[in-house]
Design a protein around this ligand. Structure first.
Ligand SMILES: [Zn+2]
Length: 240
């Protein structure tokens, strides 16, 4: 059975609090693990939430403020320490390449894993898999930022009562699915389109927008809010 679940590892912005870690989120999606915005302390939060380095297939960073990215150093080194056998792909704003490289190579360690750098420079699809298409969309923030969206492909569900009404059975069911029509009956008449699920990870920049007009150095002053539409059946697991 496929599992779709959002594991919340932290929700604090700017600084961690006594009870809330910096940002950090893991989306489990049909056997794939997609991490969003690993802030400081994410590695330890993974331990508390039962998330292993092996669970990670992608890391998506919205922007390079520390509360959304300082955990990259620890998470990347943990992936290598645990010798995760599959490649891990990192998406992040292209203008922050130098920040990514600094975090990736913050200290000495032995690289054992293929970490694919896939910087984002424009809106559009980043990856297409059988389970989802991953898209990026530019957000408004003092530093270049992107929101991410997973889109499940639409599916089609055959309706047995419609098949029965048209007297379609046995091998003919496969034929109408393959050919789209059978003896004048179209596939649309005996099935319905099931809209794929969507999951969007978009940080809340409303408060940060106010920072634009501030003479102070721009910082991130709002919480990230993962928003999900028609996604996991189970409530988010929290380890904040
Ligand atoms: Zn920020």
């Amino acid at each position: 059975m496929s599992v779709r679940e959002l594991v919340v590892l932290g929700t604090a912005s700017q600084v961690p609090t006594r009870h809330r870690n910096h940002n950090g989120y893991l989306l489990r999606w049909d056997g794939q693990g997609i991490m969003f915005d690993p802030g400081e302390g994410t590695q330890r939060q993974m331990l508390r939430a039962g998330v292993a380095a092996h669970d990670l297939d992608r890391i998506c960073v919205t922007h390079f403020h520390g509360d959304h990215s300082l955990g990259l150093a620890g998470v990347i080194q943990r992936i290598n320490l645990d010798q995760v056998p599959h490649p891990v792909t990192a998406h992040y704003p292209a203008s922050g390449q130098r920040f990514f490289e600094r975090l990736r190579y913050a200290t000495a360690y032995r690289e054992t894993v293929r970490l694919v750098e896939a910087p984002v420079a424009a809106d559009g699809p980043l990856a297409v898999t059988d389970a989802y298409t991953l898209e990026a969309h530019r957000l408004s923030h003092p530093v270049e930022s992107y929101g991410y969206r997973l889109v499940e492909p639409d599916g089609r569900r055959i309706l047995p009562e419609r098949l029965a009404a048209h007297g379609i059975q046995g091998p003919d069911v496969g034929r109408i699915q393959r050919d789209g029509v059978l003896n004048g009956v179209t596939l649309d008449e005996v099935s319905e389109v099931r809209r794929g699920q969507r999951f969007a990870f978009v940080m809340d920049t409303r408060l940060c927008d106010g920072v634009h007009a501030s003479p102070r150095a721009p910082t991130c002053s709002s919480s990230s809010r993962p928003s999900s539409t028609r996604t996991s059946a189970s409530p988010p697991t929290t380890a904040t």
